[in-house]
Design a protein around this ligand. Structure first.
Ligand code: HEC
Length: 86
């Protein structure tokens, strides 16, 4: 029984790699959206980009400003995996 579970987990894992907010998503915004959407910036009160909730809420609206496809894919994957959770 346990063996089957391990095989199932091992084969399921690579298809949807976990996306971590702090290490995968936040750096995209840190690179491009400083200083305004980070602490001390003028949009930090309304749209703080160090909070996962902001990213999930804005979703596709971010793509007017995030143009490169690999960043978009990371953001999409993050939102998708997050909304799978109960
Ligand atoms: C120079 C400061 C500055 C930087 C850098 C900046 N923003 Fe903003 N952002 C603002 C201001 C001010 C507003 C509110 C007024 C407006 O909508 O232009 C705003 C509003 C927004 C909105 C909400 C308005 C809408 O279009 O729906 C989004 C989404 C957004 N920013 C995304 C980003 C992203 C993504 C980046 C980085 C790629 C970024 N911003 C970088 C200042 C900035």
């Amino acid at each position: 029984m346990l063996l089957w579970l391990l095989i199932a987990l091992a084969s399921a894992a690579p298809s949807e790699r976990k996306v971590d907010f702090k290490t995968d998503v936040q750096p995209i915004f840190e690179a491009k959206c400083q200083p305004c959407h980070f602490p001390g910036g003028k949009m930090y009160d309304k749209l703080p980009f160090d909070r996962p909730e902001t990213i999930v809420k804005l979703n596709e609206k971010l793509f007017t400003r995030i143009k490169d496809e690999s960043s978009r894919e990371t953001i999409r994957r993050f939102i998708r995996l997050r909304s799978d959770r109960p």
